[in-house]
Ligand binder design. Sequence first.
Ligand SMILES: *[C@@H]1O[C@H](CO)[C@@H](O)[C@H](O)[C@H]1NC(C)=O
Ligand SMILES: *[C@@H]1O[C@H](CO)[C@@H](O)[C@H](O)[C@H]1NC(C)=O
Ligand SMILES: *[C@@H]1O[C@H](CO)[C@@H](O)[C@H](O)[C@H]1NC(C)=O
Ligand SMILES: *[C@@H]1O[C@H](CO)[C@@H](O)[C@H](O)[C@H]1NC(C)=O
Length: 382
Amino acid sequence: MDKLVSTSGYGEYPSEKGASSDHQHQITQHPSRSLRSYTGIACKILLLIHAFALLLWHVLPLLAPPRPILEIDGVPSFVLKYAPLVWLDKSERYFPSDIYQQVKNTDPAINFTKIENASHPLTLDNLDNLNRFGRHGFNVFLTSKLDVETSPFWLEGIAPNSDGKTSGARSCAIIINDRGNCEVDAFYMYFYAYNLGNTVFLQELGDHIGDWEHNMIRFVKGEPTLMWFSQHGNGQAFKYGAVEKEGVRPYTYSARGSHANYGIAGTHDHSIPNLNLPSGFLSDLTSRGFLWDPTLSAYFYNYSGNDGAFSAITGESPVGAMNFRGKWGDERYPDSDPRQRTFFGFKKYDNGPTGPWAKALNRTKICPDNGLACIIRGSLGP
Ligand SMILES: *[C@@H]1O[C@H](CO)[C@@H](O)[C@H](O)[C@H]1NC(C)=O
Ligand SMILES: *[C@@H]1O[C@H](CO)[C@@H](O)[C@H](O)[C@H]1NC(C)=O
Ligand SMILES: *[C@@H]1O[C@H](CO)[C@@H](O)[C@H](O)[C@H]1NC(C)=O
Ligand SMILES: *[C@@H]1O[C@H](CO)[C@@H](O)[C@H](O)[C@H]1NC(C)=O
């Protein structure tokens, strides 16, 4: 008895020694009743805060001044009206980048040897002249003039301004494939100068110079029906009705560093094929950091599924950049290169990416025709 009371922590209560069990009951219940009401109030406050945050989340975008709807001669109005808006992560360090900068800051090389007799100067218009070298250009790599490990500043790209524009940086290519039968696929290709891979067991894996990612929206009679999000070689498909939007424009969330596209903010597990890691070891992070409107700094092209040809819709859109068959960054450094590191067969530095032409622009389904199952999701998920 004595012991029970003295360890209850309320020793200041009078006459505890002779307390009846009733009295003792009161003593111990009194504080717990008030505690309960405190937690009740705390819960209500939390609920209120939560409700308020939810309200802000949904209402703020509506309060923002409406985004002007672009009109560009030769571009179907629905391609711009329903164009995705890209949420870059709050801790992103590698922003969308100017496509021509990539050419200016690199030398074309084959097997780490600079192509000396390439066109001078190389531009986005004559970039496909490089297809005359090596294996029809496929093994040409735009190779950084500066050592990647000196952190050349051009790899960081341009953060969007308050209008969502990557000012001074053409960082998107919008490619339209009119498939006939009132079906139009619009590809929104996002360009980043650098891809920072994921860190696994403190090892950075899969970094590369150059990064092309995309969304595709399939329109039927000018109405958006389905949307594709590119992620690490494959991706996810959603019904247009399911995706988050500002007005009618879908949101895509670009993962920190890797720029894989997701439908929601949060943590996204993904795996490297054949590397069996426990779930959670390889995760992409997305959040509402910086909002980028890629239509404000884009080139526009038609693509024909008949012959695979690109044509410029706007005068200044360089077709040579679309036809270049090579890679938009350095070749994977050999193991003998001190910068390279290997972890379970995976390299710290990987090859630069192929350009937009290689992103299955003539696909029949919303997913690339790559033999993997094409799952069309009716609700959002990681
Ligand atoms: C690349 O260059 C190295 C030496 O510079 C040579 O040993 C190798 O055979 C070359 N590879 C190809 C595919 O040409
Ligand atoms: C470039 O120069 C090499 C060697 O000098 C030559 O073999 C090759 O034909 C030239 N290529 C072009 C496209 O001019
Ligand atoms: C595009 O796909 C169609 C079939 O869907 C095919 O007939 C055509 O040859 C393809 N075009 C190219 C350039 O591969
Ligand atoms: C683009 O494609 C559309 C539809 O096929 C066509 O009407 C238009 O003339 C094309 N524009 C250019 C610049 O080729």
